[in-house]
Design a protein around this ligand. Sequence first.
Ligand code: ZN
Length: 404
Amino acid sequence: MPAARPQKTQPSKPFWSTVDDQRALDLVTALMRIPGPSCHEAAIAADLRRRLRAAGISAAAITTDTAHKKSPAGGDTGNLIVKVPGTNRGPRRLLMAHLDTVPLAVGCRPIRRGDSLVSGNRRSGLGADNRSGVAAVLTAVLEIIRRKLPHPPLTLLFTVQEELGLFGSRFVDVRKLGRPQLAWNFDGRGPQRITRAAIGGRTLEISFQGIASHAGGAADRGVSAVALAGLAIHDLVSGGWHGEFVRGGKVGTCNLAMIQGGDATNVVTDRVDIRGECRSFDRRLLDRIAREVDRACQRAVRTIKNSRGQRGSVSFQTDVEYEPFTLPKHAPSVTVAAEAIRSLGMKPEVLTTQGALDANWLNARGIPVATLGAGQVAGHSLDERLDIDQFLAGCRVALRLATG
Ligand SMILES: [Zn+2]
C-alpha cells in the first residue's frame, strides 16, 4: 500500500478574511458596464435589486425612498435601501455606497490591464468611482448569504446623485434605515484609509442693484453697482474674511469666484452679480462667514449715495451645500473599522478630507458614517482605474464589518 499522503495541516483562515476574488471582480466589472450617471440610476438600481432577489433577499426587504422627488435635479429613482435581519444580536450596521458615476464614465468597457481594470473605451472613464464601493458592499452581503455566515442586523444604502451635489444622501429617508449605530461609506481608494471628518460648504450669492445713469452727462445721479461690489470685496479682504483664515482656532475659507455686470462703458452700471462659496470643518464658522459677507455688502450699500441722496441695494443669499462633520477618533464606526483593517494585516490610516461625501449628510442626520476605500484611482478622469488588490482588500474589510 502506498503511504498515505501527509495531510497538510493549514490553520484555517477565519471566515471573514476571504472573499471569492473572481466573483467580486466579475461583479464590479458587470456593474461598471451599466451606465448610471446622476439622475439616471434606475437601471443600475434594478440590476442590484435583481442580484439581491436572486441571492434570496425578500422583495419586502428592498425599498427605495423618494429622494429624487425632493432633489432639485429630479431623477428617475430614489435611494435603494436593503434591510437584512441579523442571525445574531448586536447593534445594526449600515454599509453604503453611491450608485451614480460622473457622466464621463458612460460608455465604459472595463478591461484588465496589469493589476488594474481600466476602460477599454478611450473616451470614457471607468466609473470605479463608485462602482467599486457598490461592489464591495454587495460582495459582503452576497458572501454572507451564499456562505451562510453569522451577522448582526444590516442595512445597505445605495445612494443616488452623489456626484451632482450629494442630493441622495441629503434627502435620504432616515426612517427607513433602522437606526444603525455603526456605519461605513465605501467611496475611495486605499482600503486602509478611514475618513472620519469632512469639510462643510455654503454657497454665497450676491446681487448689487445700483442706479443707472449716463456716465458722462448724469454720472452724479448714478449709483455704480461695480463700486458697491468693489467696496464690499475690499471690506472682506482687509477684514481677513477672504481666502483662508483662522477664527477662534478654526480654519475657514471664503472665495468670491464669479463676478458679472455691466454692458456699456457709457452707463453707470446698475447691476453686479457675484457668486462664491465658503468652507470650514466648523459649522458655526460657516454661518459666521456668510454673515460677514452679508454685512460687508450692507456697509457698501450705506457708503454710496447719488446726488439725490438715493442708494443702491443688495440681495444676499446663502445655502448649505453640505454640512461638515467630525467623528471623534474613538467613535465606534472609526475604531471598529480600524480593528477590521488591522485584523486583515493592514495599517489603518485615519484622515480628514477637504472634499464632500455622502457621509456629510448622514452624519448631519445623526448616523455616524466613516468613509473607507475600495480601490478607485483617479476618479472623474479618463485615466481612472480600479486597483484590483485594493478593491479586493476593500471587499474583505466590508465583509469583516458586515459580519461584526
Ligand atoms: Zn465617489
